[in-house]
Design a protein around this ligand. Sequence first.
Ligand SMILES: Nc1ncnc2c1ncn2[C@@H]1O[C@H](COP(=O)(O)OP(=O)(O)OP(=O)(O)O)[C@@H](O)[C@H]1O
Ligand SMILES: [Mg+2]
Length: 250
Amino acid sequence: MAIEVKNLNVYIKENHILKDVNILFPEKQITCIIGPSGCGKSTLLRTLNRLIDSTEHVRLEGQVLVDGVDVIGSGPEITELRRKIGLVSQRPCPLPMSIFDNVAYGCRINRMYRKHRQLIWNVQKQLQAVGLWEEVRGRVRTPASRLSIGQQQRLCLARSLAVEPEYILADEATSALDPISSKTVEDLFVSLKNDYTILMVTHTLRQALRIADNVVFMYMGEVVESGPADSVFHHPQAELTQKYLSGAFS
Ligand SMILES: Nc1ncnc2c1ncn2[C@@H]1O[C@H](COP(=O)(O)OP(=O)(O)OP(=O)(O)O)[C@@H](O)[C@H]1O
Ligand SMILES: [Mg+2]
C-alpha cells in the first residue's frame, strides 16, 4: 500500500521536466514535497494520478507503482486510479451544486450505494471527518458556493474522501486559506494519516516542519534529497538542501 516512483522522466515538448525521479512514499504517513517554484512538484503529483495526461505533448518514461501496479504503462483504468488517489488542489473548487451533492457526487458516479439511506450516512460521515458537519448540518441542501473559502476546501476534501481513496495528494492545499482555516485543514491532514497515505506539496517550510513524517526536496526537476523529516531537516546531506533550508534561496 505505498507509491513507488522508479526512474521517472517527464518531458513536455522538448523540455525535460522531471529527471530520473526515484522515491518511495510510505503508507499512512505524511510526505511533504518541498522545493522552489517551478522545480516540478505539481508535475510529480499530476503524474501519480495521471492528471498529466491532459497536458499536450507530454511524454512519460519509467514506473509509478501504486500498490505494486505500474500506472504509467497499460495500468489500471484511469477512473479507478482517480478513485484510489484523491487530489486536493490549491484553490477549493466546489461543484456548482449543494453541499450534499458535492460530497455525494463521486459516490453516485461510482454507483457505490444501492440505498439512499447509505449515501446520506456516508455524506454525513465525511462531513464529520473534515469537521464541517456541525457548521453545515442545517443547510446541506444549500449551494456549496455560499461556504467560506476554508469551508469550501474542507468540503472538497470531504468529496475526495467520500469515494474511499487510499491516497490523498494535496497541492498547496492551504495556501489560499486564512491562517485559522489553514491550521484547521493542516490539523485535519494530520488526523487523516491514520487512515490514508498523504503526499503534500507545501510552499511553507514551517508547515512541512510541523506535519511531515518524510520530506522530499526537489530542485530543477530532480530529487535532491528525501527521507525521514528529522534527518532531512536537521542533518541534510546535500549542500543544496542545506542552502534551501537556511533560506539562501526560495
Ligand atoms: N503544460 C506545460 N507546458 C510546458 N511546461 C510546463 C507545463 N506544465 C509545467 N511546465 C513546466 O514544468 C516545470 C515544473 O512545473 P511545476 O508546475 O511542476 O512546478 P512547481 O514545483 O509545482 O512550481 P510552483 O511551486 O510554482 O507551483 C516548470 O518549469 C513549468 O514551466
Ligand atoms: Mg505547483
